[in-house]
Design a binder for this molecule. Structure first.
Ligand code: PEP
Ligand code: MG
Length: 328
């Protein structure tokens, strides 16, 4: 089976009825870049920039950041890369940063992390913005911000990047052709103000790992909760459907970049909800391409609509049975 998946690297992920699904990979270090060619993925839909910070004993200098980002863009070539600004703090504390000024956190996942920390201590994000803009000179730069909870946080982060672009421009530096800005949707509150956010952003990416933990108030790393809440629950599926409908209406592309999208049955349900872009762990690209290529897109859309109208239906069983009948 593994060999069969490897052979899929040159096959395009398109459903039997012609719906193209964009399948990208999640990455974070130079070592991950080989996965692009090995899997034949459509790009890097989530580059977790904090990995470079987490594996380093000291704060990575701007030049080291720029070199990494340029290597990533070179490896990707014509394929798009989405850089996520650092998602540190909380449980991803850095030894060389002083996180302790607010004292220990009782709920680090909901704490002073990601964009919250980055906007309060903006020196780090300014350096990262400079490194990204310089690395992407002459190309398109896609940046997205983690843990956006209210639209103003996105606005401030983008303004910080734009100020760096102006600064570099004033010094005659070569700039990216275009900077596209996106938000991660992983804090449920943001979904209630999508109408405010959507006109501001170029793309949206749903982080189902954090989204699920916040939607169910269930720690994503807690072993006793691991099997309790299903990604195929009507709560999650309905939530995502609403987001997709709003984003589609606004013409904003939406990707799912959490682990959910790397599991064939879950990915099938996501396609049924209208998701057409996935960013997943590289090992899942083969299985997901195989699933997509055996799928009838209209059929799964109709199925998911029927199932969500009857939310007491055990979703996983129903989706499994439907897929088995069709040898998906
Ligand atoms: C997510 O939360 O779903 C996500 C993709 O980001 P991370 O797993 O890095 O928190
Ligand atoms: Mg997350």
């Amino acid at each position: 089976r593994r060999a069969a998946f490897a052979q899929l690297k040159n096959e395009v992920p398109v459903t039997r009825d012609g719906q193209r699904v964009t399948v990208m990979v999640n990455a974070g270090l130079r070592d991950d870049l080989a996965a692009l060619d090995l899997t034949g993925a459509d790009g890097i839909g989530l580059f977790r920039t904090e990995f470079q910070f987490l594996v380093s004993a000291t704060l990575p200098q701007r030049e080291a950041q720029r070199r990494l980002y340029k290597d990533v863009l070179d490896a990707a070539g014509d394929r798009p890369v989405v850089f996520r600004t650092v998602d540190i703090g909380g449980d991803k504390a850095l030894p060389y940063l002083n996180h302790d000024e607010e004292g220990d956190e009782e709920n680090p996942a909901m704490g002073w992390r990601a964009l919250r920390l980055a906007l309060d201590r903006d020196g780090l994000m300014k350096a990262q913005a400079r490194a990204l803009i310089e690395a992407a000179a002459g190309r398109t730069l896609n940046v997205m911000f983690p843990m956006v909870s209210e639209p103003w946080e996105f606005d401030e982060a983008r303004a910080l990047f734009e100020a760096q672009r102006s600064w570099l421009s004033a010094r005659g530096k070569k700039l990216p052709i275009e900077i596209r800005y996106g938000a991660m949707l992983e804090v449920p509150a943001l979904a209630e103000v999508l109408d405010v956010l959507l006109p501001e952003i170029d793309f949206l990416s749903i982080g189902t790992n954090d989204l699920t933990q916040f939607l169910f108030a269930a720690d994503r790393a807690h072993p006793k909760l691991a099997l309790r809440y299903d990604w195929l629950s009507p709560s999650i599926l309905r939530f995502i459907r609403r987001v997709v409908e709003q984003a589609d209406a606004a013409g904003v592309p939406v990707t799912v970049c959490g682990e959910m999208g790397g599991r064939p049955l879950e990915a099938m349900a996501l396609i049924g909800l209208g998701i057409r872009r996935l960013s997943i762990t590289p090992a899942a690209v083969g299985p997901i391409k195989a699933m997509v290529r055996s799928l009838d897109h209209q059929g799964v859309r109709a199925l998911v609509t029927t199932l969500l109208a009857e939310p007491r239906t055990p979703m996983r069983d129903a989706l499994t049975a439907w897929a088995a009948e069709r040898s998906i």
